[in-house]
Design a protein. Structure first.
Ligand code: FEO
Ligand code: CA
Ligand code: CA
Ligand code: CA
Length: 648
């Protein structure tokens, strides 16, 4: 999501800078390797520092880059093809088909692809005779454009429209097959085809289950909740389940009155953010139902192979505006989940399970994510960092400070992270774990408001209520319009370690920009506002951009055109543009099929307006992708015409 949700609710006093400076520089170990990593040892983190890069072209990047584009089509490299396989309104099984005039009912929408495709994962299944591959694709539907969703947009507002809007959110599970001719299609009918929406019953598990703050009029036990929404990025588990992450949940609630501090810290406002669900569904009135918002902002686990399974909110992973959930296995087999909280000045977290992963399968790991330790990151100036435990009783997380137990620590994870002095980051989006080195990459999408606060020379604090911490080593640009990608390697190569070494992989920017600070450290094609990240088996880092519609085609972004997908060699640092999207879209979600010869990518909200809600009288005024008429978010299957490995 973008600027209307580019919230900052973090009133912390910018301690991160002082804490960063207090950390003594220690031994550096090269990240990634070779000349580039040495050059990337940003200690002073001078804005615009250009790293020495290997001059030779990367052997990993075997495709011709596509140029910047601003037309209303998808471009992929010569020799590749991109096909739309699953667009908003397509049935998940053999249900109702999409109506271009938006006349589908709420009941139809409950059986069709939602809007605004975001994170996704492909779960392989055995192929059947006559086909190449088969599997389940789980896809997030992050948010909805009510201007496109209803024939007259929001001009009238009814319970049915709220129901349809809620049905356009959530997650799809669809069964895919690749035909002998290489093309992909949704299997219809399919016993797996399923929609999970903002109304689907789900359960609550982990330490916050049943806590008084989780209880509502409709759920006096605090164990059951309806739905998931604003599902941004995702993860998956080694036991074959899908993790969907609740990001800007606050936007769906309206309080109406004087919003309590704890709700403000999560972005809830008196008026809400225009979804108007509270007008016809009173649980979204945060004054009447003050605990309902506590039941959102979690990571939700879904078993895509069991269509009757009840999704589970895993409270041990903490409550914040979750972007994604990328896992690694610790040396002893415990599961580590890396997670970002995407708002200005928020934090990077990881969860370490108490018990190791059991290879016996999903049933053996059913409760694995319910017990463990949640940590938050502090990035030191010397290229080292610490994981600070958010554990009741430690690091000041005591009853005196508003944390009588672990449930309070998790429900108020942001406040707990404030308390322990984590580093306020430039909007952490996706994380990606390099499958060989174990390095973790995190996109910090942008933040143009850092450094506005004046530091009090006497005590090092910034003014109370400041939303603008000073620049620091890990967030080195005050005007970080283009964002950056940071990476770290855990101490001893163990994902469960409590310390790490880090560097800035790329300060994003435009190498042709007249202002040296805006060029960043890009070795290759210009890009900005990195969001989706994924490292493939060969070590290619795929980067998806989300320049918001308020910035697209303007100012510093004028030369970058439509949002794009790039591919980087994590060793040489070279970056090459692989795909450009249609007008007004962001690129979101990335995963390969098992044979690495198909790349699934989502085009989210083609034609989005700066206000994020289309004019129902001119729904195609910015984009009519992919098929003319109303623009539709959609999943692409991208292949090489010669059948080769993607990117090679
Ligand atoms: Fe939904 Fe942070 O992107
Ligand atoms: Ca978006
Ligand atoms: Ca984004
Ligand atoms: Ca995102």
């Amino acid at each position: 999501m973008h600027d209307p949700y580019d919230s900052n609710c973090n009133p912390s006093t910018g301690l991160s800078f002082q804490q960063v400076m207090a950390v003594s520089p220690s031994r550096r170990r090269l990240l990634g390797g070779g000349i580039v990593a040495a050059a990337a040892a940003l200690t002073g983190a001078a804005p615009g520092l250009r790293l020495a890069r290997a001059a030779v072209s990367s052997p990993l990047l075997g495709f011709e880059p596509v140029p910047v584009a601003s037309d209303d089509v998808v471009h992929v490299p010569r020799g590749y093809v991109a096909e739309v396989i699953y667009a908003w309104g397509d049935p998940v099984s053999d249900g109702p088909t999409f109506a271009q005039d938006a006349s589908n009912s709420a009941a139809d929408q409950e059986l069709q692809a939602g809007m605004h495709h975001d994170g996704m994962h492909f779960f392989a299944m055995p192929a059947q005779p006559g086909e190449r591959q088969r599997g389940l694709l789980a896809v997030n539907h992050e948010y909805a454009d009510d201007g496109l969703l209803h024939p007259d947009g929001m001009r009238t507002w009814t319970p049915d429209k709220v129901r349809k809007s809620q049905a356009a959110h959530g997650v799809s599970v669809v069964e895919l097959r690749q035909r002998a001719d290489g093309g992909w299609e949704v299997v219809r009918p399919s016993r797996y085809g399923r929609r999970i929406t903002a109304s689907t019953p789900m359960s609550i598990a982990g330490p916050a289950t049943g806590h008084p703050w989780m209880r509502t009029a409709a759920d006096s036990a605090g164990t059951r909740v309806l739905g998931t929404f604003n599902n941004c990025a995702n993860g998956f588990t080694p036991w074959g389940t899908y993790l969907t992450c609740e990001e800007n949940f606050y936007a769906y609630f309206a309080h109406g009155g004087d919003v309590p501090v704890a709700q403000r810290r999560y972005g809830i406002t008196a008026k809400g953010h225009g979804y108007r669900w509270h007008e016809h569904d009173e649980r979204f009135d945060a004054q009447r139902h003050p605990h309902e918002p506590n039941r959102f902002g979690w990571v939700v686990e879904i078993d895509p192979f069991d269509p009757a399974s009840v999704p589970v909110k895993r409270t041990a992973l903490g409550r914040f505006c979750h972007e994604g959930a990328a896992h690694a296995l610790a040396r002893d087999g415990r599961v580590v989940v890396y997670m970002g909280d995407d708002a200005r000045g928020e934090y990077i977290y990881k969860f370490v399970s108490a018990r190791p992963f059991d290879p016996a399968g999903a049933a053996a790991n059913r409760d694995l994510l319910d017990e463990g330790t949640l940590y938050v990151a502090r990035f030191g100036a010397g290229g080292t960092g610490q994981w600070l435990a958010l554990r009741h009783g430690d690091n000041g997380l005591t009853a005196d400070h508003g944390f009588p137990g672990q449930a309070e620590v998790l429900i108020h994870a942001r406040q707990a992270a404030d308390r322990v002095g984590a580093t306020m980051m430039d909007r952490p989006e996706w994380m990606a774990v390099h499958p060989r080195s174990g390095e973790v990459y995190c996109s910090l999408t942008n933040n143009t408001k850092r450094g506005g606060a004046t530091v009090n020379a006497a005590d090092g604090s910034t003014p109370a209520g400041s939303s603008s911490p000073p620049v620091d080593a890990a967030n080195p640009r005050a005007d970080n319009a283009f964002g950056h990608i940071i990476r770290w390697r855990e101490e001893g190569g163990d994902a469960a370690a409590e310390s790490f070494e880090w560097d800035v992989f790329i300060l994003c920017g435009d190498p042709a920009h007249p202002d040296a600070a805006k060029r960043g450290t890009v070795n290759g094609d210009a890009f900005g506002s990195p969001d989706g990240l994924w490292v493939d088996a060969d070590g290619r880092l795929w980067i998806e951009t989300d320049i918001s519609p308020t910035s697209l085609y303007k100012g510093d972004y004028a030369a970058l055109g439509n949002n794009a997908m790039l591919c980087a060699d994590t060793v040489s640092g070279e970056v090459r543009r692989f795909l450009t999207g249609p007008r007004g879209c962001e690129i979101a979600g990335v995963i390969q099929a098992t044979d690495r010869r198909t790349l699934f990518v989502n085009i989210q909200h083609p034609g989005e307006t700066p206000g994020e809600r289309s004019n129902p009288d001119a729904p195609s005024s910015i984009s009519a992708w992919p098929g003319g008429g109303r623009p539709r978010s959609a999943t692409l299957a991208i292949r090489r015409l010669d059948g080769g490995v993607i990117g090679a």
